[in-house]
Design a protein around this ligand. Structure first.
Ligand SMILES: *Cc1c(COP(=O)(O)O)cnc(C)c1O
Length: 365
């Protein structure tokens, strides 16, 4: 058997799942340029517009001047710049946790944390819709993975009652805000199930930070790459867990520290998020769902499920011709036959632009 890249790519094309890299120029947090066309983006995770915030930019420039562009080694060697301490202190305070730990990205935080907390003698019970990087973390760990029905605590309880006794440790994982569906997890109930069954609950707050304030779990993961507008991931938890991660999480130990510019901007972003609870992304999402006659938005993310891959892509292309970027999300990112338009709403979206988008979606679908 030899490699057959071309043939395999043809297969992907036939399934309507072929992906290409487009080039974008971000003019601001909601306006971008693609092939010289200006598009209003409903596909950005820069929910608060922080990626272009003057305070964050200034912090990045000053930190670069002071510390250079890179730290050139792992945090465990000489990469642990003093900015990390300030950033982690602020994240801990915001997340109301004893301690926190910043990783190179959200992806690295998830794979590093999960693969160090559990091993082949352990059980992970994850919501059916969790992000791929959570599944990658479980794969690396070698733990047994069982999935419960999306946001269904009964299903989670059934699995844990049936299987918990066969395993050593048990970790339940969910997202606070689901990245492709925009609904929120029943953290309170899952926490109760975890506590009653000698398990820990881990949540992924990638799309919650800066937009909603989720209930605290045992292990609270999040990213600095979305609403915080920067880059990096974090885990907030009790001191013992964080100290354990520092000693065992391979994606922390064997990867270079983040650039000082990013650390400094992230400090400024966490300050802004801590001091100004900005309800606008959810308000704008609710304005949209109400006018569209969709179920009320629970977060800044709204899916419009179309089903067919080609049709979803076609609608997305038509909207682009009208000046809107609304990404078509297809399997394997989402389950089969649930291809969808995924819209994200940002603080700085104008109501007139949302009205215009609604007009075009209604006339196409
Ligand atoms: C984006 C995302 C991640 C990965 O975070 P990065 O900082 O982009 O690596 C993890 N989990 C969820 C749910 C995400 O949406």
């Amino acid at each position: 058997m030899s490699f057959s890249f071309k043939k395999d790519l043809e297969k992907i094309k036939k399934q309507g799942q072929y992906r290409v890299l487009n080039q974008y120029n971000h003019i601001d947090d909601v306006l971008l340029e693609k092939n010289h066309n200006k598009l209003i983006s409903f596909s950005s995770n820069d929910y608060l517009g922080l990626s272009k915030h003057p305070t964050l930019i200034k912090a990045a420039i000053e930190a670069t001047t002071k510390y250079g562009v890179g730290l050139a080694s792992s945090r465990l060697v000489t990469g642990n710049n003093q900015l990390y301490e300030e950033l982690e202190r602020k994240i801990s305070k915001l997340k109301n946790s004893e301690k926190s730990l910043v990783f190179g990205s959200g992806y690295l935080a998830n794979i590093g944390t999960i693969s160090c907390l559990v091993d082949k003698n352990d059980l992970v019970i994850a919501d059916k819709y969790v992000h791929s990087c959570i599944l990658d973390g479980v794969k690396i760990s070698g733990a047994q993975l069982l999935r419960f029905k999306h946001n269904d605590t009964e299903s989670c309880l059934n699995i844990i009652e049936k299987h918990r006794h066969k395993f050593n440790k048990c970790l339940i994982i969910t997202e606070t805000v689901f990245s492709m569906d925009g609904d929120v997890a029943p953290i309170d109930k899952l926490l109760k199930i975890a506590n009653n069954n000698n398990a820990l609950l881990m949540t992924d707050d990638a799309h919650g930070l800066g937009v909603l304030t989720p209930k605290k779990a045992h292990i609270n993961m999040g990213t600095l790459s979305k609403a915080a507008g920067c880059y990096g991931g974090y885990v907030a938890a009790d001191k013992a867990i964080i100290d354990y991660l520092i000693n065992k999480a391979r994606s922390l130990i064997f990867s270079t520290a983040l650039p000082p510019s990013i650390l400094a901007s992230a400090i400024a972003a966490i300050d802004i998020i801590t001091h100004n609870q900005d309800g606008r992304p959810v308000e704008k999402a609710r304005y949209f769902t109400q006018k569209m006659g969709l179920p009320e938005a629970q977060s800044s993310i709204v899916p419009i499920i179309i089903g067919d891959n080609e049709k979803t892509l076609r609608i997305s292309n038509l909207l682009e011709k009208k000046g809107f970027l609304v990404t078509a999300i297809r399997p394997p990112t989402v389950p089969k036959n649930t291809a969808r338009l995924r819209l994200t709403f940002c603080a700085n979206h104008k109501i007139a632009d949302i009205d215009n988008l609604i007009y075009h979606i209604k006339s196409i679908i």
